[in-house]
Design a protein around this ligand. Structure first.
Ligand SMILES: Nc1ncnc2c1ncn2[C@@H]1O[C@H](COP(=O)(O)OP(=O)(O)OP(=O)(O)O)[C@@H](O)[C@H]1O
Length: 278
C-alpha cells in the first residue's frame, strides 16, 4: 500500500470577512463563489483530498474555480491574503501546515513541498542566470561547496533537457519553454516529496507544451516524486494525473481515478468539460 503524504481536511479560503450565509449561498448549487449577502469570495471550501507517495493528483476547473488558491495553500504560499480555515497534515510535519511559523514554512518549502508558479516571473529572477536560479534553491538548503552546487545544477539542467552551455546566461534570454524547465529544475533541486505545478503549460506554444509535459512525466516517474498538477486544460490532467479532482465555484464537485472520470464522468459539468476537448 502507498504511503499517505498529505491530507487536506475541510479547507476553506475566503477573501472578505464572511457571514453566516457564505457557505450555503456559494458553491456548485448556488452557481457562484461570491456571497450575495456580504460580498465575500469563497475561493475554496469543504476541500478534502489526499496525496500518496509517488502519485500525481490533478486539479482541473475553469478560471476562478479556486485551483490556484488551493494550490497556494498546499504549497505554503501567500499567507498574507484572505482568511483560511481547516487542516493540512503532511507526513514530515507534526501539526497543521496552515499554521506553521515562518522558519518552518521556509524549511518545508525548500526541501519538501515545491511550487512551480503559473507565472514565470513569480518563480524566477529573470536577471539572474538560469543556473543561478537553480543554485539559489540549493544554497537556501545549506549547500556551500561551489563545485558541488555547479555539478548538481548541471545534472538538473541535463534532467530537464536545458542546454548546459546556457547555464550562465541570464534567464530572460531563455525561451518560454526553457524558463519553464528552469522552474522545474529549481523545484526538483532539493528532492522534494511533492511538487505542485500550477498551470504548467501557461504561456507556451502547443508543441513546446507537449515537450515540457513529457519531460515532467519522465522525471516524475524516474524520481518517484508525488505531484499536484493544477490546470484548466483537461488534456494536461489526462496526460499526467493518476487521480483527478474537478473544481467549480470553489468546491470539489467530483473526484476519482482520472481514467474513470474521463470515461464515466458523473457530474454534468465534468461531462461538459470532457465533451469540449473530444
Ligand atoms: N487577492 C484576492 N482578492 C479577492 N479575490 C481573490 C483574490 N485572489 C483570488 N480571488 C478570487 O478567488 C477566486 C478563486 O481564484 P483562483 O485564482 O484560486 O482561481 P483559479 O481557478 O486558479 O483561476 P485561474 O486559473 O484564472 O488562476 C476567484 O473568484 C478570484 O477572483
Amino acid at each position: 500500500m502507498s504511503m499517505r503524504l498529505l491530507e487536506v481536511s475541510d479547507v476553506k479560503k475566503q477573501y472578505g470577512s464572511g457571514c453566516s450565509a457564505c457557505i450555503e449561498r456559494t458553491g456548485d448549487d448556488a452557481g457562484t463563489n461570491h456571497c450575495p449577502v456580504c460580498d465575500t469570495v469563497i475561493a475554496c471550501a469543504n476541500i478534502n483530498l489526499t496525496v500518496d507517495a509517488g502519485e500525481v493528483l490533478g486539479i482541473v476547473g475553469e478560471s476562478g474555480s479556486g485551483k490556484s488558491s488551493l494550490a497556494e495553500l498546499i504549497a505554503l504560499e501567500k499567507d498574507d491574503e484572505g482568511e483560511v480555515a481547516g487542516d493540512i497534515s503532511y507526513t514530515e510535519y507534526d501539526g497543521n501546515l496552515l499554521a506553521v511559523d515562518y522558519q518552518t514554512r521556509h524549511e518545508l518549502k525548500n526541501t519538501h513541498l515545491s511550487l512551480v508558479h503559473q507565472h514565470i516571473r513569480d518563480g524566477l529572477e529573470l536577471e539572474f542566470s538560469g543556473g543561478g536560479n537553480v543554485a539559489e534553491k540549493l544554497l537556501s538548503a545549506g549547500w556551500r561547496r561551489y563545485d558541488d552546487v555547479r555539478e548538481r545544477v548541471r545534472s538538473l539542467f541535463d534532467a530537464t533537457e536545458i542546454p548546459v552551455d546556457r547555464m550562465d546566461d541570464p534567464t530572460h534570454t531563455y525561451s518560454g519553454g526553457m524558463q519553464r524547465r528552469v522552474q522545474i529544475a529549481r523545484a526538483l533541486a532539493n528532492k522534494p516529496d511533492i511538487i505542485i505545478l500550477d498551470e504548467p503549460t501557461a504561456g507556451l506554444d502547443v508543441s513546446v507544451q507537449a515537450r515540457v509535459l513529457d519531460m515532467f512525466r519522465r522525471i516524475q516517474q524516474q524520481n518517484d516524486v508525488a505531484a499536484i498538477v493544477v490546470s484548466h486544460d483537461l488534456s494536461v490532467i489526462r496526460l499526467l494525473a493518476d487521480r483527478t479532482a474537478v473544481m467549480r465555484h470553489g468546491r470539489i464537485i467530483e473526484s476519482g481515478l482520472t481514467d474513470r472520470i474521463m470515461e464515466d464522468p458523473h457530474h454534468e459539468y465534468t461531462q461538459t468539460l470532457i465533451n469540449s476537448v473530444i
